[in-house]
Design a protein around this ligand. Structure first.
Ligand SMILES: *Cc1c(COP(=O)(O)O)cnc(C)c1O
Length: 381
């Protein structure tokens, strides 16, 4: 095995960005300052001047403070998908509210507006859709449900920077849309995030700004007052400079992701091993990840073994995500029993994330499919 190891994801940085980062260091100002303002402005240019964008240190904090901003707290419920990263449910608990899980669709891996409508109670305050792997949820129908029940839609758009729903970019509309710029996401600031909200919601923006930085409210004379025991979630200028270089390349990154996903589909769509591919979607899909379902029950070995065998072929894989309701923290909350969230639970048991990142070649995709073929069924794909 002399081919280099192929991880399931890897960020791409160009020399211009790295030189720009050095310039930030040399400027003497490395934490939140002009580069953060520039990244926020660049995101507004992209998403629309009727939007306001606030950068955060991570999407986990952005989601949590978004919930706080709209007043979600003890006694309230927030609807979240049963298959997502733990952060989506934890932030609800962290503000003292209760996450209410709904099953996801097996093909899109997204929550459905019908499931959300069925889960609404008098305590429901918000719904937190996740655009899983960059495939937008059915936002129009979801927003109709939200309007009907006076819910705020806090989008966990951690996978969805650059994604489009019916031609409109995610974050260019909607209540509170939280992007993650974690190292594994479609663009990165190493760690980081941004919230997009309507420019007209100055009340939300004002509260978010204070929640982002110690609750401070600055006065014109340079003094400040503190009204909230807030935390600290500001992004650094070094990180923002990385993000500015990434944002310029985002569309090219996402186009390349889509090409590679298409190549995987051509190789795997009619596979003989019972692999279930996700929904292809339309050109708005950001292809943050390619996750396939593997029929381990009939295969005679488990995910751990598949992943180890892939690794012995020099290929990294991921697992996104286990269903949340069976996990210790959430089990009691939703009175979970096996089969309660059949799609999320099946995905959790069977999902494997294959390598997908812009610097990959079609030869890399071939290599992954060949290795899968050898491991799953002897023959090649
Ligand atoms: C990555 C991720 C988050 C958290 O993002 P951070 O920036 O790492 O805090 C939240 N939700 C989902 C679905 C994610 O994938």
């Amino acid at each position: 095995m002399n081919e280099p190891f192929l991880p399931f994801t890897r960020p791409s940085f160009d020399e211009e960005t790295l030189a720009g980062v050095l310039d930030v260091f040399r400027s003497g100002w490395i934490t939140s300052g002009p580069r953060v303002a520039e990244l926020e402005a660049a995101l507004v240019s992209r998403l629309g001047h009727d939007r306001r964008v606030l950068c955060f240190a991570h999407a986990t904090g952005a989601l949590e403070e978004s919930l706080r901003t709209i007043g979600v707290g003890p006694g309230d419920e927030v609807i979240v998908p049963a298959m997502t990263f733990a952060a989506s449910a934890n932030v609800v608990l962290r503000v003292g509210a209760t996450p209410v899980f709904v099953d996801v669709d097996l093909a899109s891996r997204n929550l459905t507006p019908a499931a959300v409508a069925a889960a609404v109670t008098p305590r429901t305050r918000a719904v937190m859709p996740v655009h899983f792997a960059g495939l937008p949820v059915a936002l129009e129908a979801l927003q109709a449900v939200a309007r009907r029940h006076h819910l705020v839609v806090v989008e966990d758009a951690a996978h969805a920077i650059g994604a489009r729903y019916r031609g409109r970019e995610i974050g260019s509309f909607g209540d509170l849309v939280c992007f993650s710029f974690h190292a594994n996401k479609n663009m990165t600031t190493i760690e980081g995030a941004a919230i997009s909200l309507p420019a007209g919601r100055v009340d939300w923006a004002d509260r978010l700004e204070r929640l982002r930085f110690h609750g401070l409210r600055k006065a014109d004379d340079g003094s400040y007052d503190v009204e909230l025991a807030a935390g600290k979630h500001n992004l650094s200028d070094v990180a923002a400079r990385v993000g500015l270089g990434q944002l310029k390349r985002l569309d090219a990154f996402n186009r390349r992701r889509r090409e590679l996903a298409g190549y995987y589909f051509a190789r795997l769509e009619s596979n003989p091993w019972g692999l279930v591919l996700p929904e292809w979607g339309d050109e708005g899909h950001a292809w943050h990840m390619l996750t396939v379902l593997v029929p381990f029950e009939t295969l005679g070995f488990g995910r751990r073994e598949l992943q180890e065998r892939m690794r012995s072929h020099g290929i990294g894989t991921g697992m996104h995500y286990p269903a949340l309701p069976p996990l210790t923290l959430y089990r009691a909350l939703c009175d979970w029993h096996p089969g309660r969230f059949p799609n999320a639970e099946r995905i959790g048991r069977e999902t494997v994330t294959l390598p997908l990142f812009p610097a990959m070649t079609e030869g890399d995709v071939d290599r992954v499919c060949r290795a899968l073929g050898q491991i799953l069924g002897g023959g090649g794909a």
